[in-house]
Design a protein around this ligand. Structure first.
Ligand SMILES: [Ca+2]
Length: 448
């Protein structure tokens, strides 16, 4: 008997994700802007709003599809007070400044007509202090919402996320709290046909509640994707069948050490990855979300000292690695930025189609991944790791793809496995060894 939801949705391992911070991607309707929006492109502060919205995302679906993106992950969109909206005030209303529920309906419809998908950010550990239930519970000790929160003697008088008084934590031991949050999980999957949830701060939630979210999502749609924000090792969540995949921050750390900062050689990098690979069940490796950036980390290009060659190398690796690769909005045009809020700058639309080679590089990587099933579903092997050079193999019975890369400042010759290979870019036949200029890579397929 198959247990419901044990198998992650099959579409994930074929997906290319794109993460959007909705206030900063595209302003499709200036008419819904909150008061005091800043000029597009000004450097963000923790409190600035720029007027981006879901209508803007809808406007740019051609751009995203052309890039090779097949799925979107939006950071929180429900009504809240801040620009990041991790302080939810109503789990059943898309923020009117993002276009409201109507804009989400339109966006999901347009995505599905293109065969694309959408996952939303579920913030179920805490709400915002402006949430009406919290407001009432705080004012009135006799309120039915009083037991929905955890009251404490110490300041600020209640349990809150990471000591942040604006984010009161839900009391998940109270059955009505769980039911309220699970009804939101259910509602957006069934009524708006979203394709899954990214669960915020999973490591702070009671594991049983995460399992309940997982089961609830799969009951509505067995093909729903349940992704966890897990900064540590994800193994326990997979053991307990509570998630389909994690945002692969552990992989991200390795990419930063090897490609961006050049602190590790390829031997250490490949041993680190192999250890991670073996720590997760195979299905979890293939259905995790692999990333070069997110709204919580400095931009990869910035970590790489602004060198686009290193960004391209890391992107090539990401698109050749198992899991669903994700592009953090703007990385593909070379947007830079340090720690939050600097990593949440406005999308610089003037950098698209201006002879900028980066978007084309990302487009080619996505196209390669879509063209070669071995890159999405093949087995993983590290065939060579020496100095700053690396050879990664992805193989299925019917095809074999190699990523050969030189992440160092010297030209290098890298030995190839026996056989004749075809270089993807030039179409030339290769055997024996491949010479690569500094900071460059090549994809090879086995000639049949
Ligand atoms: Ca707007």
């Amino acid at each position: 008997m198959e247990v419901i939801g044990v198998r992650p949705p099959s579409w994930v391992r074929d997906a290319v994700f794109y993460q959007i911070f909705p206030d900063r991607f595209r302003n499709g309707d200036p008419g819904n802007d909150p008061p005091g929006v800043r000029p597009w492109g000004e450097l963000p502060t923790p409190t600035s709003f720029f007027g981006g919205d879901l209508w803007g995302v809808l406007e740019k679906l051609d751009y995203l599809a052309d890039l090779g993106v097949t799925a979107l992950y939006l950071t929180p969109i429900f009504r809240a007070s801040t620009n990041h909206r991790y302080d939810v005030e109503d789990y059943f209303q898309v923020d009117p400044v993002l276009g409201g529920n109507a804009a989400l309906k339109a966006l999901v419809g347009a995505l599905h007509r293109r065969g694309m998908r959408l996952i939303l950010d579920g913030v179920f550990n805490h709400c915002g202090q402006g949430h009406p239930f919290f407001q009432e519970a705080r004012k009135d000790p006799a309120s039915p919402y009083r037991p929905w929160f955890v009251w404490e003697e110490e300041e600020p008088g209640y349990s809150c996320w990471a000591g942040c008084p604006s984010l009161p934590e839900w009391n998940h031991d109270h059955p009505q709290v769980q039911e309220h949050l699970l009804s939101a999980v259910r509602f957006w999957l069934s009524e708006y046909e979203i394709d899954g949830w990214r669960l915020d701060t999973v490591e702070y939630l009671p594991p049983d509640f995460v399992r309940a979210i997982y089961r609830t999502a799969k009951e509505v749609n067995p093909e729903a994707y349940v992704l966890g924000e897990v900064m540590g090792l994800g193994t326990p969540w997979f053991r307990h069948r509570a998630l389909d995949g994690v945002m692969h921050y552990r992989l991200w750390e390795g990419l930063v050490h090897f490609f961006a900062r050049e602190e590790w050689d390829s031997g250490r990098f490949s041993r680190y990855l192999w250890h991670l690979w073996r720590s997760y069940p195979s299905w979890a490796n293939f259905s995790s979300y692999t990333l070069l950036g997110s709204h919580d980390k400095p931009r990869f290009l910035t970590l790489a000292g602004g060198d686009p060659r290193k960004l391209r190398l890391a992107a090539a690796f990401l698109f050749a690695y198992p899991g669903a690769p994700a592009i953090y909005y703007g990385d593909e045009v070379g947007l830079e930025g340090g720690e939050d809020p600097d990593c949440r700058r406005c999308f610089p639309w003037e950098r698209v189609g201006e002879g900028n080679p980066l978007p084309q590089a990302f487009r080619e990587l996505a196209a390669l991944r879509h063209a070669h099933p071995a890159l999405r579903r093949g087995s993983l092997g590290f065939l060579h790791a020496k100095g700053r050079t690396l050879l990664l193999r992805r193989a299925l019975p019917e095809e074999e793809v190699l990523l050969v890369l030189n992440a160092g400042a010297q030209e290098e010759e890298i030995p190839l496995p026996s056989g004749i290979y075809r270089e993807e870019k030039s179409g030339e036949r290769r055997s024996g060894a491949l010479r690569l200029p500094p900071y460059s890579f090549a994809f090879l397929t086995r000639a049949s």
